[in-house]
Every structure is written in C-alpha cells, then in structure tokens.
Design a protein around this ligand. Sequence first.
Ligand SMILES: Nc1ncnc2c1ncn2[C@@H]1O[C@H](COP(=O)(O)OP(=O)(O)OP(=O)(O)O)[C@@H](O)[C@H]1O
Length: 467
Amino acid sequence: MHKQAQVWVVDDDSSIRWVLERALKQAGISNESFADADQLLQRIETETPDVIISDIRMPGTNGLQLLAQISESHPQLPVIITTAHSDLDSAVASYQKGAFEYLPKPFDLDEVVAITERALAQARERNMETPQLEDLPGTEIIGEAPAMQEVFRAIGRLAHSNITVLINGESGTGKELVAHALHKHSPRAARPFIALNMAAIPRDLMESELFGHEKGAFTGANAKRAGRFEQADGGTLFLDEIGDMPAETQTRLLRVLADGEFYRVGGHTPVKVDVRIIAATHQDLEELVRRGEFREDLFHRLNVIRIHIPKLAERREDIPRLMQHFFQSAADELGGEPKVLLPETEEFLVNLDWPGNVRQLENTCRWITVMASGREVHLTDLPPELSRDVTETAERSEADWKELLQRWARNELVQGKQHILDQATPAFERVMIEVALQHSQGRKRDAAELLGWGRNTLTRKMKELQM
Ligand SMILES: Nc1ncnc2c1ncn2[C@@H]1O[C@H](COP(=O)(O)OP(=O)(O)OP(=O)(O)O)[C@@H](O)[C@H]1O
C-alpha cells in the first residue's frame, strides 16, 4: 500500500514551525516538525520523509550542514532551504549543496505549499540528479530586498551552467557585479572573466578590440594583438551596453556565436574559442529590434535567460546596508574609522531618488568619507547637490504637517469639540521634545538649546507632559 507523503520541517523558531505546520496541513500534506537539525538527523536513521524544509541558521547543526549530510545519505530526498538571513552566498550554497529550492523569509505560504507539492511530485518520480558538493568563495552583493533575492536565486540556479545570460538594468545598478558573480559560480570560475563596455570603445577600434588584429592590419597595428575573445577563452566575456554595438560588429558577433570561431582583423586563419557570453544593457533591446537598430537574430541568441536588476529606488530597504558597506571600504582604502550616519541623515538619504543607482550611492559615500569632518554624518555634511534636496524636502514636509494639522482641527470642530488647543498644544510639544531629545542623544541641556528653551523650562514641561 502507498503510504501518505511526509514532509519534515526544521526551524528553531516555533512560530515559523507553527505557520508551516498549519499551511501544509490545510493543503492536505501531512507533516512533522523539529526544533533542530540534530533531532531530525537522529530520526532519519530509522525513517525517511519525502521532503525536508529547513531553516539555515539554527543552534547545533545548521541548515546547510544538514543539507550536505542529507545529500550524502539520501541523494534523492528534496530539501527546501528557507532563511531570514538571506544573502547571495546562502542562496548559491543552497543550490550548490543540492537544495531543491531556496526561499528567503518572509515567505508567501502559498508559494511554500506550491514548492513543497512540486518537491513531492519530484520525489515520487525519483529522478533527481545526484547533487554536487562544493564550496564557493563569497561574493559580496548586498541585497535583502525581494527583487534582489530573485536575482540571487537566478544566480544560484544558473550556477552549474554555461548558458548565455542577458542582464537588464539601469546604469549603476550592479550589472557587472552580477555578471562577475555568475562567472565565479560557474564551471568556468578558474578561467578569465573579461569585461568590455561597448559604449566606451570608439567604433573603429571595436572589431580589433573584440577579435584582435594581425601585425600591419591597419595603420598603428605594429604587432599582432589578441582580442578580448581570445583573452576570455575558456572563461566568460561580459559585453556591457550591448545595445551600443554597431551594426557591423553585431553581424560579426552573431557569426562567432554560431561558429565558435573568427578571424583577427587582417587575419586569414580562423581562431577557435570557447567563450560564455554574458551581455548587459540599460536599453530596451526589444524596442531597438523594432526600430531596426539591433539585429533580431542576435537578440534571440543573447536573450536565453534574462536577469532584471531593479533600480536602487525600488529597493530602498537595502540602502542603509549598502552605505555601511561603502563607508567600510572607503575607510579601509583611505584610512580612519568608517563614517556613521545620524538617523535623520540616513532617513534623508534612504528617501532620495538615486538616478545614478548604486554607483551614485557609492560615490556619495566616498565623497562623505573624504569631506565630512566628524565621524558622525550630519545633513549639513552631504554633498551640495544632494543637500539642495534637503531644503526642498524640509519645505515639503512643513507644508505636509500644517495641512494635516488643519485637517485634524477641522475634524475636531465638526465633531463639536471645544478647547481643542488643550489637546493639540501638549501633543505638539511632546513631539518637539521627543525629536530634540533623539537628536541630542538624550542630553537635556542640548535638547533645550535646540528647542530654544531654558533647561528648567524643558524639565518643567517634561514633568507636565509626564514624559
Ligand atoms: N548590490 C550591491 N552590493 C554591493 N555593491 C554593489 C551592489 N550593486 C552595485 N555595487 C557597486 O556599485 C558599483 C556599480 O556597479 P556595476 O559597475 O556593477 O554597475 P553596472 O550596472 O554594471 O553599471 P554600468 O551599466 O554603468 O556599467 C560597483 O562599484 C559595484 O561594486
């Protein structure tokens, strides 16, 4: 008789175990949960589940170690890895160690159930490949935002392949970083990664840059020179701003991709190479194809797998960590302690538009490291082109709060209330005092000064307001 499928959940967080148990049960999937991996490892000596869902960080054996052991002892058993501390390394490591799927928390329960069902289906078919066990050097790409987690998952999934990838994203979003990570996590990692920006090379030098040239091929070609394709042999060639590639180079590139060989400029013997292409662009290539500016056949060759990198304004939650990271590297490079942002400075920076994306943020952190005098960064320490926005934001927020206050007051009066200042004034003073105290880090004398009161007035007011 066919026994009912069993899912085992491991998580040290009892509330997560609880929601998972309920969600799986509601979906008709019988399950059992464990508070740590060691209990599970003990049980699995005598019994085998159909699927395991495991957290990464747990006391005792962690999720990745568990995954490694299970892959050895039960190579057919799908393991779904979940984690709240999601970074590229854990995503890639999970797939490398053979995880069935990697899910950053907070997860969508419907998604967990759907993935579990897929894993169960696959477990039934028992046709999983034996996972490979290997460790990888870390790549620091910061990204807790959901959209970046998608990017990490894509890198993890592609880790074993040599497939052509097209990366889309505005300038400065980290396309080259992602391309490099794809290379570092590929079977070509030990071979060269060569990056070339189409927008930065003069048109008439592009062919020789890509394919090299023979001695005497053109004026100034005094010696034979290998092009980027030859340099990248066995490895990866990253073609940035592919949308800027001139038509004739597109034609040549297409031929190289089809034949795996090319001629150096002025050369007559074909050169054979084995190169993985990763292309990137900030442009809409489909639109370029429609306008006849990009070859459709080349587009299809490049557009096998597409990774979209969101602009920085779409992942503001990552800004504080990115800035910390850039302050740290600026300090390592330039000496001294890394700068620290005051809360209001951080809030201001998190809410800017960042049209230059991560690169602009990085440059801003370097500028601040060099120019700000103290360790703590005040709003007034920001580069002038950013602080212009400070004044605008201040004006806007003043208009905002006055309008809200008006709305509140009208509403109170409409409801027939009287003496409305008795409620408004203390609320107003309380807000002002709280902000001033936060700003002065709790020092009352400084807070009084910021408010324009004497120290005794502040003490009296705080007593009256029972603060
Ligand atoms: N998520 C990230 N974590 C850490 N550093 C990042 C991240 N994204 C980008 N950077 C850094 O920001 C800078 C710009 O990134 P990168 O050069 O990869 O962008 P790009 O999209 O290729 O830009 P362009 O299209 O203008 O060449 C680099 O110094 C890179 O290291």
